[in-house]
Write a new protein. Structure first.
Length: 191
């Protein structure tokens, strides 16, 4: 089986055997148990994670309470942009919500790969810009939506989460209390 990042890059451009080998050597694939932390508050990010299977939950502690800010599932990348780019302590946690397999993208190894294969930097930059743009659009939309609309959008865009993630985490992600989520779900089922 081919390395997932080799497969993704091969869709964009033909790769030489050396390029494929360098990608495979630069970005190892690891599997983590449910409950494993990939990032904790206070750490400085050195890695990003491309999710092959499983789920990573991103959350922040606010007055001692976990506030879920993202779920990263298959085909998504878990990246703490601020900590990684600014090299400042993280304000968020990344925890595996279920057994999770990821390709680990280490910034130092990525820079070495760019030096060896400069064209990769352009592909990665374009991908990063697209991810940042999508995240920005998602945040703007989220801020302007009512809780029921947020839930319906989640149902439409990421229905898998509703069966994979505990409801109190879904509620936190939607910015509502679990009781409110329960009421919204009941109303949605009636309609």
């Amino acid at each position: 089986m081919s390395h997932i990042l080799v497969e993704l890059m091969s869709r964009l451009t033909p790769l030489s055997k050396n390029e494929k080998a360098d990608i495979e050597n630069s970005f190892p694939i690891e599997t983590y148990k449910k409950g494993s932390f990939l990032m904790r508050e206070g750490q400085i990010a050195r890695n990003a994670y491309y999710v092959i299977s499983g789920c990573i939950r991103e959350y922040e502690l606010v007055d001692g309470e976990e506030k879920t800010t993202a779920f990263y599932t298959e085909g998504r990348s878990a990246i703490n942009f601020n900590s990684l780019s600014q090299q400042v302590p993280s304000k968020v946690y990344f925890i595996c919500s279920e057994p999770t397999t990821v390709a680990i993208l280490n910034t130092d190894k990525e820079k070495e790969l760019y030096l060896k294969h400069p064209r990769f930097e352009t592909f990665c930059r374009i991908g990063m810009e697209q991810m940042i743009g999508a995240k920005h659009s998602q945040l703007n939309e989220f801020i302007t939506m009512k809780p029921r609309d947020r839930y319906e959008k989640l149902q439409q865009d990421r229905p898998d989460l509703l069966n994979r993630v505990p409801q109190y985490q879904i509620a936190s992600y939607l910015g509502i209390k679990p009781e409110t989520l329960s009421r919204i779900r009941k109303r949605t089922l009636k309609n």
